[in-house]
Design a protein around this ligand. Structure first.
Ligand SMILES: Nc1ncnc2c1ncn2[C@@H]1O[C@H](COP(=O)(O)OP(=O)(O)OP(=O)(O)O)[C@@H](O)[C@H]1O
Ligand SMILES: [Mg+2]
Length: 395
């Protein structure tokens, strides 16, 4: 299995009669505008290089006209490149003949469109089963499969409705069910949620995330909305005038925008929603519960702290202890675990994968720093108000 499932190398797309000249001129350094004004050729993509891993959600983002649709249409060869290669699962898809391309489109990938692209005179179940029917699969086989996906996207009971009897959100659920029904490895989604109103859009994003946790498809998702990109993308590539200006994990894009163009997207972003506790916490060891009060005082002073977490030998968090509390203890040979046993522990935790936004009320409502735990419950450090303020403020 190659590490990159989809690999795009030196991809150029220039529209117009003199497209190969256009590529040469692009390589000589002429801009998209110059090529249009002087030679009437339209630059779709310029020297794109990217690798997509199997099972990741890869978001392509950019303003209108930046080349997003042009890029995604290369994956299923709806568009032929002017130059460059597109490899999927080790195969150069430009070397495939018509029949092989048809197989690729029918079995390996499906597309979800912005305007849903449903067949108006077919019912929901017929639309969902469409891909299976054109594969020549019999009704007794396609029906239960289509029903399965209809149930998953929450449209049970709507099987025999027609698209125009459904809301936009419901129509796109049909679009999603149809795309998933052939069990493709790759989902191509071009602005799939852009036509939906904000609440439905957010529901669909969550549904896609939930589905993806189980399905592990390779998803190429196109959007002009950075919020959506941050929410869905394992990685994000940003296009401008056909060029790839930055690619990286959401946090890379958010905290280190490579150009002013990227920064202009980032500035309106709600960081609290996009970042998690992992980006904000301070790694810190805990004090073992078996330490004596005297040992604990020594350790806390060595680290120049006034408060630390006490943990079990398995690193499970018990409670915080302050230097003041330790100094008040009458028996310096007592274990700190015993000292804490006499107190009520109602400490709130921060889970490392939690969004900053969701933990904010607890941070603000607590006098102490919050203990941070990994998913498996191990204590790993603390979340402090100051750290959070810095991160939300833009460093
Ligand atoms: N068939 C075509 N013929 C000529 N030029 C084209 C064609 N398709 C796309 N282009 C040009 O390529 C560039 C990129 O277009 P593309 O549709 O990929 O942008 P986009 O990022 O998807 O935009 P949007 O957000 O509006 O969908 C544009 O300048 C466009 O005019
Ligand atoms: Mg487009």
């Amino acid at each position: 299995m190659p590490t990159s499932y989809i690999k795009i190398s030196n991809l150029y797309k220039v529209f117009g009669e003199q497209s190969s000249d256009g590529v040469t001129k692009l390589k000589q350094g002429l801009s998209k505008d110059e090529l249009m004004n002087r030679y009437q050729v339209s630059v779709g993509l310029s020297d794109i290089n990217l690798e997509i891993k199997q099972g990741e959600t890869f978001v392509v983002m950019g303003l209108s006209g930046s080349g997003k649709s042009t890029l995604i249409r290369h994956f299923n060869r709806l568009i032929e490149p002017s130059e460059g290669t597109i490899e999927i699962d080790g195969i150069d898809i430009c070397s495939l003949d018509k029949k092989q391309i048809q197989d690729l489109r029918r079995h390996k990938m499906s597309m979800v469109f912005q305007r849903f692209g449903l067949l108006p005179h077919r019912t929901v179940i017929q639309n969902v089963a469409y891909g299976l029917k054109i594969q020549g699969i019999s009704q007794s086989d396609w029906k239960p499969k289509a029903q399965h996906w209809i149930d998953i996207v929450g449209l049970n009971g709507y099987e025999n409705q027609y698209p125009n009897q459904l809301s936009g959100g419901q129509q796109q659920r049909v679009g999603l069910a149809r795309a998933l029904c052939t069990d493709p490895d790759i989902l191509l989604m071009d602005e799939a949620f852009s036509a939906l109103d904000p609440l439905i859009r957010s529901e669909m994003q969550q549904q896609l995330k939930d589905l993806q946790q189980k399905l592990h498809k390779t998803i190429i998702f196109i959007t002009h909305d950075l919020d959506e990109a941050l929410r869905l993308g394992d990685r994000i590539a940003i296009l401008k005038d056909g060029e790839l200006v930055q690619q990286g994990k959401p946090v890379d894009i958010l905290l280190n925008p490579a150009t002013d163009y990227v920064a202009s997207f980032v500035q309106d972003i709600n960081r609290g929603r996009a970042l998690t506790v992992r980006h904000a916490y301070l790694a810190q060891e805990g004090l073992l519960e078996t330490l004596t009060v005297a040992e604990a005082i020594k350790q806390i002073q060595q680290l120049a702290l006034s408060e630390m977490a006490v943990v079990t030998s398995e690193q499970t968090y018990i409670a915080n202890v302050t230097l003041h509390q330790l100094k008040e203890a009458t028996n310096s040979n007592a274990h700190i675990g015993e000292l804490l046993n006499t107190q009520a522990h109602d400490q709130v935790f921060a889970n490392i994968e939690q969004s900053i936004e969701s933990i904010m009320p607890s941070v603000l409502g607590s006098k102490r720093q919050l203990p941070v735990t990994e998913q498996d419950g191990r204590y790993v450090g603390v979340l402090q108000k100051e750290q959070l303020a810095k991160l939300l403020d833009g460093m």
